[in-house]
Write a protein that binds this ligand. Structure first.
Ligand code: PHE
Ligand code: CO
Length: 286
């Protein structure tokens, strides 16, 4: 799930949605062709996962047990009972306040349509494959589950502080495009990577992008790309590290970041600063 930009025409059926943007899924009405698309996408990603996906993500995916077709959100939500998350259907991208408030109440919005076979490799707006297959497995991880809720609450605060742009960078570089360091090498945990066959390999094995250690203030100064593979990634050591770094009140952080930007500017996507250490690409591509 990403937050909607001041939108051109979006694809979903927004008239079917309630005021909080949620709507019924109507799982039994999903055509067989959509289930076939799901199975095919699932199979392609799975083939890459042993050497590319974070372990916590793979464990969550196994618990989700959704290889056979587009999951029923009620069934998937029931499987998530231990971390208390509920999946809700939405027509597509939704405004950020609606998004934050759902997350803050442990509701994860999932787009109710899937890409067409012609869009197999690339779809402009996030679909249910990205939202559910990409994001939901980590909601089985207790630390990450708490992080996502805290992000929602933090978003409501950032709206009041006019800091959504800075906070969105955190989402982008962790929830969507995060990498994690493991004893076996770098692995992806970001949904934008895990739902893309091309970026899964690129993010871990290409020598093109910069891979830098996660640093909250540094990250909030960093711009990002929305129309191509990322030029830079941030690497965490553990979900505990991520949670601890983001737990403190961001009010002073936003001030510091704004000050740093006023003084030294934003940092371009993929730019490394003097003295910054890069992680090497993974040496065991699959
Ligand atoms: N601590 C953050 C704040 O005060 C909340 C937050 C937690 C934001 C986790 C993002 C991720 O705004
Ligand atoms: Co997303």
């Amino acid at each position: 799930m990403n937050v909607m930009a001041p939108a051109p025409k979006l694809r979903g059926n927004y008239t079917a949605a309630a005021q909080d943007y949620t709507m019924p899924q109507r799982h039994s009405a999903i055509p067989e062709r959509d289930h076939a698309t799901w199975r095919e996408l699932y199979r392609r990603q799975m083939a890459l996962f042993p050497r590319h996906a974070a372990r916590a993500y793979r464990e969550g995916l196994a618990q989700l047990d959704c290889a056979l077709g587009v999951p029923d959100l009620a069934t998937a939500s029931a499987r998530l009972h231990e971390t208390g998350w509920t999946l809700v259907a939405v027509p597509g991208l939704i405004p950020e306040e609606a998004f934050f408030s759902l997350l803050a109440s442990r509701k994860f919005p999932v787009t109710d349509w899937i890409r067409t076979p012609e869009e197999f490799d690339y779809v402009v707006e996030p679909d249910i494959f990205h939202d559910l297959f990409g994001h939901v497995p980590l909601l089985f991880n207790p630390t990450f589950a708490n992080y996502m809720q805290a992000y929602g609450a933090g978003g409501m605060k950032a709206s009041r502080l006019d800091a959504c742009e800075l906070l969105a960078r955190l989402y982008w570089y962790t929830v969507e495009f995060g990498l994690i360091q493991t004893p076996l090498g770098l692995r992806a945990y970001g949904a934008g990577i895990l739902s893309s066959a091309g970026e899964l390999q690129y993010s871990l094995t290409s020598s093109e992008p910069k891979r830098l250690a996660f640093d909250l203030r540094r990250l909030m100064r960093s711009r990002y790309r929305i129309d191509s593979y990322q030029a830079g990634y941030f690497v965490i050591n553990s979900f505990d590290q991520l949670f601890e770094a983001t737990e403190p009140d961001f009010t002073p952080v936003y001030l510091q970041v704004r000050e740093a930007i006023a003084l030294s500017g934003e940092i371009a996507a993929g730019q490394a600063l003097a003295g910054e250490v890069e992680f090497s690409p993974s040496v065991n591509p699959g």
